[in-house]
Design a protein around this ligand. Structure first.
Ligand code: URP
Ligand code: ZN
Ligand code: ZN
Length: 487
């Protein structure tokens, strides 16, 4: 078989092994991995480079209206271009149902916008804010049938949060139809009560955001939603875990056999609450939950090492430092009014490479596992997240020695700033393939995106073992079953 492309002589890194091999590509797929592959139409010299699966970012907000009612700064073009420049070749952003919205319309709206603009492949999660009978009985099962196999629910935010009974309803639906429920776990009462008091006293700067989102608010909500998930024996994934207590709660539940997965993000490994404490400009570092301290960073690293945290995602939530995002009331904006979130699609991988692989905290294989393979496995992307015959040729060539000083002007999103400005990074993706097509080539000099708008494809995701119940009953449910009753 004649090969279209051979990536020759690099170190191929998968989650389970590193091998020095050539990668042969025909059309959109990898067809061969081995030494001395025959000549191809296109030959890429990868000597001295790492050949890694393109990243899969399973948590990012793109062209989405947030829980504050604010449209984020990136559309499906700018966000996916930015992701690609950072070595990510698949994203799973959210289709957001707001109260009163109907899921079929929400889905078709996001599908239309993404299909016009995305340059890399994408799936979708559904944010469920309105779990009424129509949504639960008809619309969510229908969405799952189309390959939208994960929901995000919120335990905080006035416009989004669900009550415990509603969470149980969503969990039951997910269990019946095989979807993964992602949970934004923070205790709403603690946060809103504290925030009300702070604002009432005139304490409105961003630094109070970090005070109000207490560590205990994350810990309480994680423990509560784990208890809810145990009642109905439904797997859950806690997103953006930021605290020692949160990581410990997930680890402890997993040790008991509960199917709970955890996720953390760059802002919890590389920022702290001190970054928010810089007057109004602290808004650029405000996200929920907020960055904490060095001890919490260590706990997140440890969670990534021991599996309490399964994935590392960006939670890219881009808002400009102006009236369109962070400062709707200009200098008078209180921390309660500013859009929540930080950008991270493009720097997610380079930050982890420098600070994880470069420092010896994680291996190259763990890097690939945390940034690509496990996302693909948990969320049902069978052809993504690994370099192997039969998989999509979604590949990033990394120059492990390339040094970059982070500057917002180098990045491709629309946020206009980066929380990581000035950081010195070593290791950078210099060439990126998406389904066999070279979409970024910076091997020589910095280059433009080579991909056409709209070339990215929607990926209908498959059911994975991650969503199968653990078959573990709490005593009350076991008693119910013994009596011959069911939920
Ligand atoms: O602050 C954040 N994380 N904003 C994005 C929305 C969310 O909660 O994930
Ligand atoms: Zn969230
Ligand atoms: Zn998010």
């Amino acid at each position: 078989m004649e090969l279209d492309t051979v990536i020759r002589g690099g170190l191929v890194v998968n989650a389970d092994a590193c091998v020095r091999a050539d990668v042969g590509i025909v059309g959109e797929q990898v067809v061969a991995l081995g030494e001395s592959l025959p000549a191809a139409r296109r030959e890429i010299d990868a000597r001295g480079k790492l050949v890694m699966p393109g990243g899969v970012d399973s948590h990012c907000h793109i062209e989405q209206v947030s829980s504050f009612g604010i449209l984020c700064a990136d559309d499906f073009h700018s966000a996916t271009v930015s992701a690609a420049f950072g070595g990510t070749t698949t994203v799973i952003p959210f289709c957001a149902q707001h109260r009163g919205d109907h899921i079929p319309e929400v889905l078709s709206d996001y599908h239309r916008r993404a299909a016009e603009k995305a340059v890399i492949d994408y799936g979708f999660h559904l944010i469920v804010a309105n779990p009424d009978e129509q949504t639960l009985a008809t619309d969510l099962p229908a969405a799952i049938e189309t390959g939208v196999r994960s929901f995000k629910i919120f335990m905080t935010y006035d416009r989004m949060r669900l009550q415990d009974e509603q969470i149980l309803d969503v969990l039951m639906t997910a269990r019946r139809h095989g979807a993964l429920v992602m949970v934004h776990a923070e205790n709403h009462g603690i946060i809103s009560w504290l925030a009300g008091r702070m604002v009432g006293q005139g304490n409105v700067l961003p630094r109070y955001h970090a005070i109000c989102h207490t560590r205990s608010s994350e810990a309480e909500a994680i423990n509560r939603v784990i208890a809810l998930a145990e009642v109905v024996d439904t797997p859950i994934l806690i997103v953006h875990v930021s605290t020692i207590e949160g990581v410990a709660a997930i680890r402890e539940a997993r040790a008991r056999g509960v199917k709970v997965y955890g996720e953390t993000c760059p802002q919890y490994l590389f920022l702290t609450a001190k970054d928010i404490d810089r007057g109004l400009e602290g808004a650029m570092f405000c996200c929920s939950p907020p960055p904490r301290d060095e001890a919490a960073q260590q706990a997140c690293w440890q969670g990534l090492k021991d599996g309490a945290l399964a994935v590392y995602s960006s939670d890219h939530a881009p808002y400009r430092y102006d009236a369109s995002g962070k400062l709707p009331k200009g200098e008078k904006t209180t921390f309660k009014e500013m859009a929540n979130g930080v950008p991270g699609l493009e720097l997610r991988l380079p930050l982890l490479f420098t600070n994880g692989v470069g420092s010896g905290r994680i291996s190259l294989n763990e890097f690939v596992q945390l940034t690509a393979t496990r996302h693909a496995d948990l969320y049902g992307l069978a052809r993504k997240g690994r370099i192997a015959p039969g998989c999509d040729a979604d590949i990033a060539l990394w120059d492990p020695d390339k040094r970059v000083t982070v500057d917002a002007a180098l990045l491709h999103d629309n946020t206009g700033y980066t929380p990581y400005a000035g950081r010195e990074l070593k290791g950078w993706p210099v060439m990126v393939f998406s389904r066999g097509e070279c979409i970024i080539d910076q091997l020589g000099a910095p280059g433009e995106i080579l991909a056409q708008r709209g070339r990215g494809r929607f990926i209908a995701r498959e059911r994975t073992d991650a969503v199968s119940p653990a078959n573990r009953m709490i005593p009350e449910m076991a008693q119910l079953a013994a009596w011959g009753n069911a939920l």
